[in-house]
Structure formats: structure tokens, C-alpha cells
Write a protein that binds this ligand. Structure first.
Ligand code: NAD
Length: 560
């Protein structure tokens, strides 16, 4: 693994992307320590509490701690998972999936065409009508529990495979992606036999959800009728992105299955492997054939699925651009649609926030998963009076992050998922400089092979800059300042998106005041990127519509 804190001039890749450190004294001293490590070694890290004394000069080194990949057996080729079995695409086409950290080909995967989409939708329809739709909720729940438990049992295998195919640090796939995926199946298993109590449509049981408790504002209504279980929609076509491949699959499949729908899932073309392993888990759990089908392929496969007349519901997570295209394709067809799209979230730091805690939240907000997070806190709005100290502490903290081998348990920043995404991040960062913002990254040695981008901070950013308006979807933070809470709200809401926001302040009243005014589906207070299966997630405006997670997530798959 390559320590980020290599000394200046030590970069293995001459980093035109890496600006000289403005806090050169701190970074330079640490760079000296990091430079003493071998290229395969790791950099030093200060104690967890960054509020503590700053490391004086030399730090200490972490030994490499690579997770073994022996736990995973990657086949040379993968077929499509249709009607309970794996088979090649009808026309025999395939595409490669690679490890973005090394550019090593991992496997060849079947590329589904229209004939395969037909076959998968037919299998899902048959399973819906003959098995899954009529099955009592309590029986469906057993399968979901089984899938959740198998996910837990095979957690290490999933985590390693996810890191290999996606490039994310094993620490994150192990501690976030896989446990949360299992938690979604557990959570929705619990709902499968209680749908008439969920307060959805005309299905509420007397006395349970008489009023809607305000839920109608988010699409979950209650109390109109009584005693009838709400009905599933039928066959759900589900298209997901590459940033949380397994977790997004769980977000889609678990509520759909719990509510009695059958699924055709299309994972992203750069990260198909954990969805295929999940298909294997479905087999292992004895899920009836056709209930879950997995079609691998790129945009054309997704488009064929979206346009298929046999599908009743489309659930899409991905870019706003493709979301708009799907909206147009689905309009007038009678298909139900939910869209989870992009974001450009504001992470708002007030002058009374504990600085070091806020800095941790900023780092987590934008550098978690290399910034490949729809709800990433990519715009830091910091109160002017504390802007200098926050940015200084942030730079110090960034100089301690370790970038490199995603399978090393000490790695903080992994690889960018694809060449295409790296090019997009690089181009937008260059635009930021051209527009006049000041660019900074810690002194940083990037591995020779693979796709890498150093954590980057832009200061002096104006609201009109593209880096303040467009989703970069990478480890790039734009820092803006504000003076008053009103100005913070105006700036935070000055975006076509509306997915998430963060507020850092010690005043509870200010948190509530801000939360009422921020136009975002999720507002985190004194924390960031915190997810729970019981909590609904989704956006406003160009961030999409519909909610995933929680009781609200059931509504997307029920005929209410
Ligand atoms: P993308 O839109 O390019 O692709 C997403 C998926 O759609 C992929 O599986 C892709 O193959 C498929 N696809 C592409 N073109 C299609 C078409 N015309 N019809 C149907 N399917 C098509 O997005 P991406 O680059 O994979 O993911 C990054 C985007 O996803 C970011 O904008 C991010 O904000 C967003 N995202 C949103 C959420 C959320 O919950 N709101 C979560 C994760 C990611």
C-alpha cells in the first residue's frame, strides 16, 4: 500500500493532479516518515482523536495488513442468472470486469441482450403468478431471513469480492456494505407478514395507523380502509450503480421480495460480481426459481429492461441524466417508477461546532468510498469566522489518510472505480482550477497501475463554479463560506439536487431550524453518511423521487 504521506517529490506518478502542500511544514515532516516506508508499506496515523496533540515530526508506520483473497473463488466466466440457473447470453456475448486497483481482469461476464431480458421477465412473471405472489408473507419472510443469514455467514467472501471488483477499501466493504446489506434483508423480512399494518394505502388495520402520522407527505398514507393486505405490483425491473454494488442490490431486492414482487436486477457493468454471488446465495437459500433474476450488461441491457412491456415497476439508482431518460421511457406506460439519483450535498459547519469532530464528519462525508456516494458532502459550507481553522485541521487530517491497496485493512482511500470515472473527476477538477479556485491535496504517491485520485480540497470556490454545482462523484471537496444561518440555507439550497445535507453545531434549536429549511431528503446532524434499514432515504428535485428503506420503502412496491 502506498502511504499518502510521501514526501514532496516522492510521487511515483508525477502528480499534475497534486498541488504543492500549503501546510508544507506538517505534510513535509510527515512525508519524511512516510518516505521511510517501502512502496508496499503504510503511512503513519495519529491517534483517533485528532484533537489531541499534533504528531511532532515523525509518526509511526503501519505494517501491511492485506486481507487474503483466498476466501473468494472467482470463476473465469459468469452467466446470467435466470429462472434459478446460470446460463450464457442468448447471443454468447460477454464483457470483462476488472480490478480497478490493478487493472487486472477478474472475469468475463455474460452481456444480456433483448432475448435474455425477455427470458428473465417471463421467468419473473411465472414465479410471481405461480409461487411468490400467492405465498403467505410469513413464508416469504423465511427466505429473506435465510438470505440475510447466509450473507452474514459469507460476509468475508462478499467483502473481499466487493473490494476487488469495486476498488473500495476492505474496511468499508467489511464494516459497512456487507453488514448493511444483511441488515436490509433482516429488516424487510420482518415486514413481509405485517404489510396490512404498514399504514399503506387502504390497508391499515383499525387502531394501528388510524392517522398517517404525517407520513402522507412522503408517500405513505394510512387509514383509508381496513383489513386488506396491500397487493404487490408484479415484476420489478431494478437497475443499480457501481458505487455500493451489493448494498444497492439489497436496497432493491429486499423490499420488493418482502412485498411479494419478483425481480429482474441489472447491476452496473463495472461491478457485476457481488450481484452474481448474491444470486448464488438465492440458490443456496432455496429461493424458488425466477423470483430473483440477475442480468449483467451495460446501459443497453438496462434500457431493454426499462422498456420491457412485461415489467410493472422500474426502480432505478444512478445518474440524474439516465434517470431523466428512464422517466421519459416510462411515461405513459402505466409502470410504477422510483428514481434515486445524484446529489451535491452541503455539509454546513457552524462556528460553535467542535472543530475536530466536524473535521471527522467532513472527511467521512466526502472521502468515504472515494467520494463515490450520491449523498456525499461534496460542498463544505463553513462559517467564515472558523473557516481558516477548519480548513487547516482538515488538511492536517487528510495528510494522515492512507491511500492504496483496497484489500489492506489499514487503507482509507481505495481506487477510483473505472478509467471513465477517473477521467471525469480529473476533468472537473481541472475546470475548478481554471475557474479560479485554489486546489490542494496532501503530498501523495499514487500507485503506478490502477485508477487513483488523491483527496482534493478546493478553497476560494464561488457558487457559480462548476465544482460547486455539478456532481463530481470523487474525492473532491469544494469549500464555500457563509456568515449567517440564513445565508447558509440559501447557499445549501442553491442546487438542482436535494438528496442530503449535514449540519454541525452544538445548538439543538439550530439543528431543527436548519432541518426545516434545507431542501434535502436526509439531514444529518453532527454526523454524516449514517444509514439504517429502518430509516427512509431518497431525494427531492433532480435527486429523484420515492423512498428506499424503512416503512416508506414498502410503498414503492405495493399497489396502494
Ligand atoms: P449511471 O446512471 O451511468 O448508471 C447506473 C445504472 O444504469 C448502471 O447499471 C447502468 O448500466 C445503467 N444504465 C445506463 N444507461 C441506462 C439507460 N439508458 N437505461 C437504463 N439503464 C441504464 O450511473 P453510475 O455512474 O453507475 O452511478 C453513479 C450515479 O449514481 C451518481 O450520479 C450517483 O449520485 C447515483 N447514485 C444515487 C444513489 C441514490 O440513492 N440517490 C445511490 C447511489 C448512486
Amino acid at each position: 500500500m502506498t502511504g499518502i504521506r510521501a514526501s514532496r517529490g516522492q510521487s511515483a506518478r508525477p502528480p499534475d493532479e497534486v498541488a504543492p502542500a500549503q501546510s508544507a511544514d506538517v505534510a513535509g515532516q510527515r512525508g519524511e516518515a512516510a518516505a521511510s516506508t517501502s512502496p508496499g508499506g503504510t503511512a503513519a496515523r495519529p491517534p483517533d482523536d485528532v484533537a489531541g496533540p499534533r504528531p511532532a515530526g515523525r509518526g509511526w508506520d503501519y505494517a501491511p495488513a492485506p486481507e487474503s483473497r483466498e476466501i473468494v473463488t472467482i470463476a473465469a466466466e459468469y452467466g446470467l442468472f435466470v429462472d434459478g440457473t446460470f446460463s450464457p447470453a442468448a447471443d454468447g456475448r460477454e464483457f470483462p470486469t476488472i480490478n480497478p486497483a490493478t487493472e487486472e481482469p477478474l472475469a468475463r461476464v455474460a452481456l444480456a441482450g433483448p432475448a435474455d431480458v425477455d427470458r428473465a421477465v417471463a421467468a419473473a412473471r411465472q414465479a410471481y403468478e405461480q409461487v411468490w405472489g400467492p405465498m403467505p408473507g410469513a413464508e416469504r419472510a423465511k427466505y429473506l431471513y435465510r438470505i440475510a443469514r447466509i450473507l452474514q455467514e459469507r460476509a468475508r467472501e462478499f467483502a473481499v469480492l466487493e473490494s476487488l471488483d469495486n476498488g473500495k477499501p476492505i474496511r468499508e466493504s467489511r464494516d459497512v456494505d456487507v453488514p448493511l446489506a444483511a441488515a436490509h434483508f433482516f429488516y424487510y423480512a420482518g415486514w413481509a407478514d405485517k404489510l396490512e399494518y404498514a399504514g399503506i394505502g387502504g390497508a391499515s388495520r383499525a387502531g394501528v395507523t388510524g392517522g398517517d402520522g404525517g407520513a402522507s407527505r412522503t408517500g405513505v398514507t394510512g387509514g383509508a380502509g381496513r383489513g386488506m393486505a396491500p397487493r404487490p405490483l408484479g415484476v420489478a425491473g431494478q437497475v443499480i450503480p457501481w458505487n455500493f454494488p451489493l448494498l444497492m442490490a439489497a436496497w432493491k431486492l429486499a423490499p420488493a421480495l418482502a412485498t411479494g414482487n419478483t425481480c429482474v436486477l441489472k447491476p452496473a457493468e463495472t461491478t457485476p460480481l457481488t450481484a452474481l454471488l448474491l444470486a448464488e446465495v438465492c440458490q443456496q437459500a432455496g429461493l424458488p426459481p425466477g423470483v430473483v433474476n440477475v442480468l449483467t450488461g451495460a446501459g443497453q441491457t438496462g434500457s431493454a429492461l426499462v422498456g420491457h412491456t412485461g415489467v410493472n415497476k422500474i426502480a432505478f439508482t444512478g445518474s440524474t441524466e439516465v434517470g431523466k431518460e428512464i422517466s421519459r421511457a416510462v411515461a405513459g406506460t402505466g409502470k410504477r417508477l422510483t428514481l434515486e439519483l445524484g446529489g451535491k450535498a452541503a455539509n454546513v459547519v457552524f462556528d460553535d461546532a467542535p472543530v475536530d469532530q466536524a473535521v471527522e464528519g467532513i472527511v467521512n462525508g466526502i472521502f468515504f468510498n472515494q467520494g463515490h456516494v450520491c449523498c456525499a458532502g461534496s460542498r463544505l459550507l463553513v462559517q467564515e469566522s472558523v473557516a481558516d481553522i477548519v480548513v487547516e485541521r482538515l488538511r492536517e487530517r487528510l495528510a494522515t489518510l492512507r491511500l492504496g491497496d483496497p484489500l489492506d485493512k489499514n487503507t482509507d482511500i481505495g481506487a477510483i472505480n473505472s478509467r471513465e470515472q477517473l477521467d471525469k473527476i480529473s476533468a472537473l477538477a481541472a475546470v475548478g482550477e481554471a475557474e479560479g479556485a485554489q486546489r490542494w491535496s496532501p503530498p501523495c504517491r499514487l500507485p503506478e497501475r490502477g485508477y487513483w485520485f488523491p483527496p482534493t480540497v478546493f478553497t476560494g470556490v464561488s457558487q457559480s463554479y462548476r465544482i460547486a454545482r455539478e456532481e463530481i462523484f470523487g474525492p473532491v471537496l469544494s469549500v464555500l463560506t457563509f456568515r449567517t444561518p440564513e445565508e447558509a440555507v440559501t447557499k445549501a439550497n442553491n442546487t438542482p439536487y436535494g438528496l442530503s445535507a449535514g449540519v454541525w453545531t452544538e445548538k439543538g434549536s439550530r439543528i431543527l431550524w436548519m432541518a426545516q429549511r434545507l431542501r434535502a431528503g436526509v439531514v444529518w446532524a453532527n454526523t454524516y453518511n449514517r444509514f439504517d434499514p429502518a430509516s427512509p432515504f431518497g431525494g427531492y428535485r433532480e435527486s429523484g423521487f420515492g423512498r428506499e428503506g424503512g416503512r416508506h420503502g414498502l410503498a414503492a412496491y405495493l399497489d396502494a
